[in-house]
Design a protein around this ligand. Sequence first.
Ligand code: SF4
Length: 180
Amino acid sequence: MHFPLTFFLRNVAAVRKEFQAGKVPARVQRRTLMRLLRQRISCYSQVKSWLKGAGIRPDRIFGHPEVGHSSSPYCNHCGGCCEIPGGMPDFPGESPLPAKGREWFGEGLGPGHRFCPFLWESGETGRSFCSIHPWRPNPCRIFDHEECAVVKGDPDFTVSCRPEQLLETCRWLVRLLDGR
Ligand code: SF4
């Protein structure tokens, strides 16, 4: 299972702050979060089908020697660099990614989404990985150590990653969806 649940919860926490600031009614909050969840699940399923059709196992992507994770001394798979709704859809020439995938990266999944459509989570470790890492766009390839340090140095980012924060967001979400 590689659905990015942790990152969805981090997304929910960020949207929740906007709800609070804008005094958004609970029914609108529910509708918005259900839309975000549906879109994220649909994207996840489509990328999964595409990988399966191409004969690519996600766990092989995570551990593939060409991926470069293991040769990156500073990457701890926090997902911070992928907390972007999308970016410049500048893909390497030979990318086998379907046109729809390029479109997702260029335009994002829609309002409210804070994480890249291709960000997945390792079910075993809970850490992030890029579901299209060997074919990822060029802007992702030039993200370097210094930019990583800036992301990790943001106090809001640190708070958003805390397990107690994720748990609290999860409880709030359940209460909201339950109408309590
Ligand atoms: S394409 Fe991959 S590396 Fe780039 S932002 Fe998305 S998940 Fe992260």
